[in-house]
Design a protein around this ligand. Structure first.
Ligand code: CA
Ligand code: CA
Ligand code: CA
Length: 535
């Protein structure tokens, strides 16, 4: 069992190359490819594990700017695939692993001194305020404490209030560090603006209006639009070289079975629920996979839209995988804190008050910088403080290995949901060298040959059954190839009938009982061939 530390992209690349060099009779096939380059020119590496003809499960690491634990979890999953537990899964499926799909942001975040660097450097710069300069005004470390924190500033038009002003005194929820977003209200006695720490770098009167980099978790095609609680990011979907490369790689995999993305923090596993209820067409399968994931890692799965107030989630990787690739898609947060004792408010999972209590109990308060007065060059009197980078996202270094081990096996569960074809054939002798052949294809795997969304989005392929006669055998009736549609797990296709005629054997020869072969094929389920023998 590996002991992990946070890794930058060069360390990730070295580990990926080392995995591909591992040799052993009982090890699966492992290859590395470069599927693109980041904005800064760093290689985007894909690690292919298992037999390429088997259905492929894509597993990526941290895509966001603060997702370093997700990258470590993806590497830990690679270790599992090369161990005994992986061998069983690799009988049914193969995997492509993308541990660091946003290497520039990973390096900015992990930095030289561990977590706490500048987030969101990947994806290339935009010109959000259309002043002709790209990424010219982002956050700055104004007070020189080595971290970009938050600024709060009293403002009648501010959307934030101090919890201490409204919560019952002497309760955890009245913590003086805590800010609550309530929307602007001019009748309120005290309101605040909350901003990222920074100055007006270009002197245009606005602070942090055009930060460098893009949020790649909102940059994928799918339900990509400038709406919802989180907007689609960038000028168009796939503008960032990292997201474009990820879209091209995944769209180019006809045998892609499922999509899993490790991310750093979140109370539950998430499944696609894109464009409102688009992915609900496959609810029965999602429920089955969620139960298998729960059995394996003990965490519930919820719809991603529950975390956006039931609204769409533009540009997310789940959105892309569900809507464009027609596969089931899950996000796997590595880490979460439990609800703290002594805080009596009803809540589905840990909230910010739990984080404050946890920060005091476990981190001795180190994860939150208390608000301190600061004289801002253009805004005047502000306070700088708030959550330190990483606290709310990444497990502390001492907890990283346990957190990663607890969840990293999750994509193994999908091996139970690959389709697999078998052909069931019956032959009757009709006399005069004629034989009737009847066949149907059965799906003996654990998942459908195509999910409902794949059919709706035209990514599906009908299961195809072909009759290939032997020499001296002629197909008299019935199709050379029959398209049999989608087959559910455990179900049969419609029956196909043929009439074939065998030429009379040469003198003194026994007739060859082999009449033909039947070949079933599907982009995901692969091929199955049976011989058609005269009875
Ligand atoms: Ca600009
Ligand atoms: Ca600072
Ligand atoms: Ca500015």
């Amino acid at each position: 069992v590996e002991t992990w530390t946070y890794l930058g992209s060069a360390d990730v690349a070295a580990r990926v190359e080392a995995l591909a060099q591992r040799k052993g009779a009982d090890l699966p096939a492992v290859t590395v490819t470069e599927y693109g380059r980041s904005t800064a020119g760093k290689p985007l590496l894909a690690l292919w594990i298992g037999a390429p003809e088997k259905p492929c499960v894509l597993v990526h690491g941290g895509l966001a700017a603060n997702d370093a634990a997700g990258t470590v979890a993806c590497l830990d999953f690679a270790e599992r695939l090369l161990a005994a537990q992986g061998a069983e899964a690799l009988k049914a499926v193969s995997y492509v692993l993308l541990p660091a799909p946003n290497p520039d942001a990973l390096d900015a975040f992990v930095g030289k001194t561990g977590l706490g660097g500048k987030a969101r450097a990947g994806g290339g710069a935009l010109d959000r305020d259309q002043d002709g300069a790209k990424g010219e005004d982002g956050p700055d470390d104004l007070d020189g404490d080595g971290a970009v924190l938050q600024m709060r500033r009293r403002s009648a038009s501010g959307a934030w209030i101090a919890a201490a002003d409204v919560e019952p005194s002497r309760t955890p929820q009245a913590d003086p560090r805590r800010m609550i977003e309530r929307g602007p209200d001019a009748r309120r006695q005290v309101s605040y603006e909350v901003l990222e720490e920074g100055r007006d770098d270009d002197g245009d009167g606005a602070v942090n209006e055009d930060p460098p980099g893009m949020d790649l978790t909102r940059q994928m095609a799918g339900w990509w639009d400038d709406q919802g609680p989180w907007k689609g990011e960038g000028g168009f979907a796939g503008q960032a070289p990292e997201t474009r490369a990820l879209m091209e790689l995944s769209f180019g995999l006809p045998n892609l079975l499922a999509w899993y993305g490790f991310r750093s923090e979140g109370p539950v596993l998430l499944r696609a629920s894109e464009h409102g209820g688009l992915a609900d067409a496959d609810n029965p399968l999602y429920d089955q996979v969620a139960a298998a994931l729960k059995a394996r890692v003990g965490i519930d799965t919820r719809r991603a839209s529950e975390f956006a107030g039931g609204r769409p989630n533009p540009g997310s990787d789940l959105d892309w995988a569900a809507a464009h690739l027609g596969v089931v898609a899950f996000a796997l947060p590595v880490w979460r804190i439990a609800k703290e004792e002594g805080y009596g408010v009803e809540r589905p999972w840990a909230d910010e008050v739990d984080w404050l209590l946890w920060n005091d109990r476990v981190l001795k308060g180190e994860g939150f910088a208390p608000w301190k007065p600061f004289t801002h060059p253009t805004l005047g009197a502000v306070e700088i403080g708030g959550w330190k980078p990483g606290t709310r996202y990444e497990p502390p270094a001492a907890l990283l290995s346990d957190a990663v081990h607890a969840v990293s096996s999750a994509p193994l569960a999908h091996a139970g949901f690959a389709p697999h074809l078998d052909v069931d054939v019956k032959v009757e002798d009709r006399g005069s060298g004629l034989f009737e052949v009847r066949a149907r294809v059965t799906n003996t795997g654990g998942g459908p040959t195509d999910i409902t969304l794949a059919v709706q989005r035209r990514r599906d392929m009908a299961v195809r059954l072909s009759l290939v006669p032997e020499d001296g055998v002629e197909r008299v009736a019935g199709p050379a190839k029959a398209d049999l549609g989608t087959i559910a797990p455990g179900a049969f296709s419609p029956e196909v009938k043929w009439l074939v005629r065998r030429a009379p054997p040469r003198a003194n020869r026994a007739p060859d009982p082999l009449l033909a072969s039947l070949r079933a094929e599907h982009r995901l389920a692969g091929k199955a061939t049976v011989e058609v023998q005269a009875p």
